[in-house]
Structure formats: C-alpha cells, structure tokens
Design a protein around this ligand. Structure first.
Ligand code: SF4
Ligand code: SF4
Ligand code: SF4
Length: 253
C-alpha cells in the first residue's frame, strides 16, 4: 500500500469553505454558533466540531495592494507523530496502512498530552474530554473514496492521492519546495507553497518539543511496565506541560 496524502495549494483556494462544511457533514460534527468578526475566517480556531479550518492570511502584494491567501489548517498526519509518541494509552492514537493518524475515543484517557506534543496545535477535546481531530477520512479512504474535503473542493486546492505522485505533480507545476515533504518523517498533509512557509503562517521547520522527546523515552515505558496509563499520564503531563494551562481552562478565566 502506497502512502496517501492530501496536497493543499493555498494559491488555488477561493475561501468558499465548502471543505469545512463537507467535513462536518461526513463526520457528523455539530454546528456551532459563530460571530462575524469582519474576517473571511470563521470559526476563529479549530474546535472539537471543526477538523478543517480555512485560515485567512492578508499580506502586502508587490502591486502595492493586499494579497489574500486561504490556508487549510488540519491534522498533518505526520509520519513521526508527536501525538502518538507521547500518548500513554495504547491504541488511543494509531496509524492506518494509508498513513492516516486516527484516534479511538474509547481508549483516549483525556490526559491532553497530545496537545503539548503536536507541533501544529491540532488536537482538540470534546465535551467528554476525548480527542477530536481530522482523520484523513480514514473510513472513506479504506473504501477507496477520497476524503470529502478533497472531493468537495471546487478548485483543486485540496487534492488526495498517492503521496509520491502528488509531490511529483506539485514539482511539475513549478512548486520547488513542497512543505512537509521531509519534515517529521514526511507529513501526510503537504502544501504547495510559492513563498517561504512563514508567509502562510507556518513554521519553517516544525519540530516535536524536546521535552516531549525526552519524557517519552523516560516516562512512557512506565505505563508499559505496570505503573498504569493514568498515573504515567499524570507524571508525563506534569513534566511536559507543567503549569501551562490548556485552551479550555484559559477561556474560562
Ligand atoms: S473547498 Fe477548496 S476552495 Fe473552498 S475553501 Fe476549501 S480548499 Fe478553499
Ligand atoms: S499534526 Fe499533530 S495531531 Fe496530527 S499527526 Fe501530527 S502531531 Fe499528531
Ligand atoms: S480529510 Fe476528512 S476528516 Fe480530515 S478535514 Fe478532510 S473531510 Fe475532514
């Protein structure tokens, strides 16, 4: 089985957000009340019922006006996935044969370590404290169907297919550097950028935090030798996240 990927081309995106709606529809994610904040992006951030958000970027153009870019933000399905590395509950996060990083809510213990370990700030938690994020439509791709966001996109800004072929297509189209081609073992959501990644609001070199790598080696095995997932998770959480509070806690303050 060849590794599959999503190829995202912000220059082709018109910001219609059909992909956001399609994702909600396929994954039966509830609608959430939002406010018009005078921007083309809505809701303002990923949430447990929003796996794919179109981020609006406004940058000066060389024609002395503004250039609008729309960048899909979602799980990157990293080969070397920080979330999987740190997760102390076996089977809560796993990889499919196509390369999608998916979750099993029944096995998620709600420790939120994956939030600290994700270089892209992706995982969110539902009202039952269970992880929620893009699955690359693993149920669809197992049946040889494209993820619904890719199938719905009217401009080809989200494409799905064999990873090597998508990279070759992007290079043939003149994109010299495909973002995510080699980062973190190679991402499963790769981007055709015309400009440096920072232009699109992305890190040049995404990395798993050092503390996560270290504590993954030291503490995670404790869960395996019998300390228990929840206890190991508490120690890991203290070591990795420390006094940093998660988004929900911050919002309530
Ligand atoms: S459906 Fe395609 S064009 Fe529309 S917002 Fe999504 S990525 Fe952009
Ligand atoms: S983007 Fe974050 S949540 Fe997705 S696979 Fe990578 S580390 Fe995990
Ligand atoms: S791949 Fe599927 S789950 Fe992920 S953003 Fe697209 S529609 Fe949503």
């Amino acid at each position: 089985m060849k590794r599959k990927s999503l190829l995202i081309s912000p220059e082709l995106c018109i910001g219609c957000r059909a992909c956001q709606v399609a994702c909600k529809s396929w994954n039966q994610l509830e609608g959430t009340k939002t406010n018009n904040r005078g921007t083309f992006e809505n809701p303002p951030d990923l949430n447990p019922a929003l796996y794919n958000k179109i981020r609006f970027v406004e940058v000066p153009s060389d024609k002395n006006d503004m250039r609008w870019l729309f960048v899909s933000q979602r799980c990157m399905h990293c080969d070397d996935a920080g979330c999987m590395k740190i997760c102390p509950s076996p089977g809560a996060l796993y990889k499919t044969k196509e390369g999608a990083v998916v979750f099993d809510k029944d096995k998620c213990i709600g420790c939120k370590l994956c939030v600290a370990a994700c270089p892209f700030d992706v995982p969110r938690y539902d009202r039952n404290d269970k992880i929620s994020k893009c699955t690359m439509c693993a149920d669809r791709i197992a049946e040889n169907l494209a993820p619904l966001c890719a199938k719905t996109c009217p401009t080809g800004a989200i494409k799905f297919g064999d990873r090597d072929e998508l990279i070759a297509q992007a290079q043939k189209a003149g994109y010299q550097k495909v973002y995510g081609q080699n980062d973190l073992g190679g991402l499963g959501a790769i981007y055709a950028f015309k400009e440096p990644p920072k232009f699109y609001g992305m890190e040049d070199k995404p990395q798993i935090p050092e503390s996560v790598v270290f504590w993954h080696k030291v503490l995670k095995p404790l869960a395996v030798i019998g300390l228990g997932g929840a206890v190991a998770a508490s120690l890991l959480h203290y070591a990795v996240v420390g006094p940093k509070k998660d988004k929900e806690e911050k919002k309530d303050e």
